[in-house]
Design a protein around this ligand. Sequence first.
Ligand SMILES: [Zn+2]
Length: 357
Amino acid sequence: VCPLDDRQYALDRRRWRCDCGGPLDLTDPPPFALDRLEGTSLWRYRHSFDLPGEDRPVTMGEGHTPLITIDPDRPQILAKLDFLMPTLSFKDRGAAVLVSLALALGATQLVADSSGNAGAAIAGYAARAGLGCRVFVPAGTPANKVAQLQAHGAVVVPVKDSREDAAAAAVAAVESSDSFYASHVWQPAFFEGIKTFAYEVWEQLGRRAPDDVFLPVGNGTLLLGAAHGFAGLQVAGLIPAVPRLVAVQASACNPIERAWRADAATPAPVGTGTTVAEGIAVRAPVRGRQILQAVRASGGRVVGVSEEAIVSAQAELAARGLYVEPTAASVYAGVLVDPPVDRLVVLPLCGAGLKHG
Ligand SMILES: [Zn+2]
């Protein structure tokens, strides 16, 4: 269903956006049901996906990542180690569900575009499923990320200029072939996988939600997925309210932060700033309106972090044994810049440090 004009479409291998050009959501996701949990991977929550393919998942045991303290002096701040996934980022949550769906819908070739982590996840799960995969990446994507894509057998197509240009090239490739657009931004099934982040946090905290969740925001995949998951728990009567969602952006590329400050409903595109947190450097997020809505509805806020703060947070995490990429460290930087007082805070560490460079 399109949230802009309510048009509805059947699930189809070729359908990835509304005829109006907007992104689609899934209608009526099944309620979270405590008595239907089984197993320990994210497929523990498969009853809540209600998608073709959930009975024959493409899986590598993803999910069920540790939730730990970072600093013994700050026991109220917990990190969820989502970089401990088969392809080393949280994107495996979405990729496992989306690639399972693609396979069930009869796809044989996938197309993706990504600055790296989503592409790697799609490429890894495509390899697992025996599907072909082409990934369009912006020039300047770290060499380690490109090497990972190629190792999974994906065809890597570098695109000059920005991430938006890579996305446009991917769309052109999808429109001119029979490929399935395995987009972590456009495909609503991807968010069905990401929502398991919220379910796991809730279970790991002894069936309660944290007060605040800090989330990295470029395209907002993790924030929207987490919002979706916590909303599901609230609908099921298992939490009284969705936690405050705090969106963290690199100040160098901050369309959501600017829209937040201006009290705007939709972000305006910003110039391409240079940031070490390339995973959240998105000038014009497709689901920007939804991101702002989710933050506001939760009583959360948007925090901008400087390059110095990101680099410093990355070093501090590494000094505590956690080697993550700058995009992941940006969230911890957001907590340190504006630390919540007397609140239980969860933040994801979403990508491994070896990805960068
Ligand atoms: Zn529409």
